[in-house]
Design a protein around this ligand. Structure first.
Ligand SMILES: C[S@@+](CC[C@H](N)C(=O)[O-])C[C@H]1O[C@@H](n2cnc3c(N)ncnc32)[C@H](O)[C@@H]1O
Length: 265
């Protein structure tokens, strides 16, 4: 299954299996508004908007927000969070490789965990540059996986690799071939700035994390076929019992919301 289409299958469990809470998203929104020196007229575009975790606070505060996503089920999850679709929110079901907007349409373009889903990154960045207003901001962000979950995932990947080594290495190669954002924006005369908007603690039991994997909540779970997946999970569960001592073991560590901010000088 293509990486970006598996979201159709997991849209209904996306929020519960990630770690950006509503209150953290509100604090991150405060940080971003200050970073971009927002006024009530500031407009936002999030390509790959998903279920709206990042931009919902802006919508609620009355900012003009546009979201694009290739997955209709993800967009539907976003819509369910709003009792009535807000006047200030536009959601477009489309591939975000090309934007259906005139030049200089937005003050802020935000991407979170989505740039890896773009097959032609140069074309995408040209579009970001085109639709940004003068002095606009491109914010490429991610909520870094908390180290304890990262380690849990590394153990899982090691077992997965025994079953589907070829697919995994193809994915890695695809990422390496992509162009570098820093080089791209510097060549266009943008300034860049790396900031951490928020750090917070994430805690889950091993059992909970195993449950998320069993639901196939992450792209890597779709690298193996439906037939093989239960075998991988059985082997990984046995590993977890031995390694963590108990499935009740709590894994706690710090998550970070990090942002690479690019702005035209
Ligand atoms: C990891 S999710 C991130 C969602 C949201 N940005 C967040 O941080 O929660 C990636 C999202 O990007 C969407 N996506 C991936 N490639 C895309 C593309 N080429 N055009 C539009 N949406 C895309 C997926 O459907 C999915 O909703």
């Amino acid at each position: 299954m293509e990486k970006r289409t598996y979201y159709n299958n997991i849209a209904h469990i996306y929020d519960q299996t990630r770690w950006l809470t509503t209150s953290v998203a509100e604090e991150v929104a405060d940080f971003i508004l200050e970073l971009v020196d927002a006024t009530p007229e500031t407009s936002f575009l999030e390509p790959g908007v998903g279920t709206g975790l990042n931009v919902l606070p802006f919508v609620k505060r009355g900012y003009s927000v546009t979201g694009i996503d290739v997955s209709q089920p993800m967009i539907d999850q976003f819509k369910q969070k709003l009792h009535n679709i807000s006047q200030n929110l536009r959601l477009i079901h489309a591939d975000a490789s090309q934007f259906p907007f005139p030049d200089q349409s937005f003050d802020v373009v935000l991407t979170v965990h989505m740039i890896h889903g773009i097959s032609n990154r140069k074309m995408f960045l040209d579009e970001v540059d085109r639709v940004l207003k003068p002095q606009g901001f491109y914010l490429n962000a991610q909520w870094i996986t908390p180290p304890a979950r990262m380690e849990f995932e590394r153990y899982f990947r090691a077992i997965l690799a025994k079953y589907e080594v070829e697919e995994t290495s193809k994915q890695v190669k695809k990422v390496i071939e992509q162009i570098n954002l820093e080089d791209y924006f510097h060549s266009k005369g943008y300034r860049s700035n790396y900031v951490i908007a928020k750090e917070w603690t994430v805690s889950n039991t091993v059992e909970e994390l195993l449950g998320f994997l069993k639901l196939r909540a992450y792209g890597l779970c779709w690298l193996v076929s439906d037939e093989i997946f239960p075998r991988v999970m059985r082997e990984f569960e046995e590993f977890c019992v031995e390694h963590y001592g108990s499935l009740e073991t709590e894994l706690s560590s710090q998550a970070k919301f990090e942002i690479w901010a690019y702005t035209a000088s």
